[in-house]
Design a protein around this ligand. Sequence first.
Ligand SMILES: Cc1cc2nc3c(=O)[nH]c(=O)nc-3n(C[C@H](O)[C@H](O)[C@H](O)COP(=O)(O)OP(=O)(O)OC[C@H]3O[C@@H](n4cnc5c(N)ncnc54)[C@H](O)[C@@H]3O)c2cc1C
Length: 622
Amino acid sequence: MLNKLIDTRDTRFVIFEMLEIDKLNKYEAFSHADRDTMESVLDLAERMAVETISPVNTIGDKEGCKFDPGSKQVKAPESYKKPYRELADAGFIAVADNPKYGGMGFPHTIAACCDEWFNTACGCLNFYNILTHGAANLIYLSGAEEQKNLYLPKMFSGIWSGTMCITEPDAGSDVGSLKSKAIPCDDGSYLIKGQKIFISGGEHNLTDNIIHIVLARIEGDPESVKGLTTFIVPRNIINSNGAIGENNDVICAGIEHKMGIHGLSTATLFFGDNDKCKGYIVGGKCNGMKTMFLMMNESRNHVSNCALAFSSTAYMHAASYAKTRVQGKESSQIMNPTAPSVTIINHPDVKRMLLRLKSYVEGMRQLMYLLSWYMDMEKVSDGDSKREAKAMVEMLVPICKAGNTDIVWDAVSEAIQVFGGVGYCSDYPVEQFARDCKLLSIVEGTNGIQSIDLVMRKVLMNKEQYNYKTFIKNIMKTIADAKNIVPAVLTEKIENAVAKMNQCLTATGKKLMSGNIGGVSADTRDIENGFFLLSLAWMHLWSLTLTIPKQQQLIGTAGNEERKKILAENSEAAFYEGKILASRFFIMKEFNKYSAYIDAVMSEDTAVLDSVDDIYTGMPVG
Ligand SMILES: Cc1cc2nc3c(=O)[nH]c(=O)nc-3n(C[C@H](O)[C@H](O)[C@H](O)COP(=O)(O)OP(=O)(O)OC[C@H]3O[C@@H](n4cnc5c(N)ncnc54)[C@H](O)[C@@H]3O)c2cc1C
């Protein structure tokens, strides 16, 4: 289907040619997931994204959410109601979930592709679904059977929605300092008291009830993250017959006025102002962080996917525009006053911008779907395969979260640049993508926090550095596979980059062992940026091992004119040729930035730590 959201052919390339997802159906859990069935789910997701959801993206942005101070209720954009319901009715909230509770039971990789479609169509609307799924999945993975039976069917079908309530005025990145408390009741439930801010989907009228997942501290438990417990707190009481009762003393005090993502309500919530808010433990007492991480990790993957999706649609809009906008003469004709004007896609600098965008989008897509594939392998395999899959998931979650959500801001900016002046105006959708995408680097743990998590916890402090060794082992395997297919100049660049990362981490590990934690913390962003670029280069190399043979088969040694004719007439030939050029561009041009990040770490310069507060001019806030 022609669209400006996603290159459908590329999704099929990653899913079926690269990851060979259809092979997963040898496992019992995916025995129903043959290629035809998966193709039909992807086709439906594409059709709904293009026809049902994308038309409300701009409308919902303009409508926004409205808070009524009298009733304390929030209206989501009216335009969202129909597509929200259709998406939920089609089963898309629970693509990879257990059919026993209403899920479709497909691999996570298929769910990731559907998620990409809905995020490109209207990322804001899809946030409601993802939060609902995240809350439901937390209950599925750590709840009691009666909790699963009570909540999952209603949440997977989108009749009730879900939220994640962590942030408080004095507890943002430092979750352990939150003040919400829980007081035990005789019936085994708890009275919840506290204020949560910035709660996405915290109050709205798209669903009959909202199931809040709330992090709080039971009175008397330790004042650190170790004292936190996770609670299920329905906005409305659920009666014993399953019917929805009165408000559970969860009051919305207002919504934020944001730069973008206008259709998603971001609420301040007061729990238990009247001492009547009932919460129910999920996942065990003082096990709150571990339980909440189930939802946080999923949300991290969701925002990484959103970043891929916004980059994809920004690129597709820019490429479409560049093919129609006529301006200037071809570079070889600039001295010829009678030469005709050409479309801007003919200018080398515009081609450079588009190829750069294409190379990031395709690299991020490969990496995101690979992460999902490892989640599938962690679910169905055992022994060493399971351990390896877990290690790869641990590495790739922060790499994708920080990497994708940083690059989307750059990618959307580049897409606006392709449009020129009109890109800056609201008549064209790319300016909305810019406003919407910035959120992604802030939520679900800022990218600074992701980098610390990656370098400290996932790499340096991981036992025997198994995670890192597994990650590098997989890259080295691709390098070995590529040797007789891909030109040596490309494989050698990645081989050298691996050696550089090894040296960098050895030096950083020594710094950590010497107790210089500040020095390591000052470098974590550069190291994470290095990991992201290395991961994308790895993806492009892997892709080349498949695309080069295909290109040779379809184009062979055809001369220039003949090659052009083949590319014009054969869309498959153009597809593989395009992928090769994007991979070559990434490895030979963009990947040179990798060395800058690693060299910055290896310089051992201490300017960051030497800078005391007083050198920074400006007034304190407040
Ligand atoms: C639109 C929107 C929706 C949101 N939705 C939700 C939601 O649904 N649920 C929810 O619970 N929260 C939500 N949040 C809150 C969001 O998760 C927080 O804003 C985020 O965790 C950062 O916290 P903070 O804003 O307090 O920033 P701070 O923690 O004050 O951080 C400010 C800066 O300092 C850095 N920093 C802080 N501590 C450290 C450290 N130890 N080391 C290095 N750097 C550090 C950060 O990286 C950042 O750059 C939402 C926020 C927004 C804007």
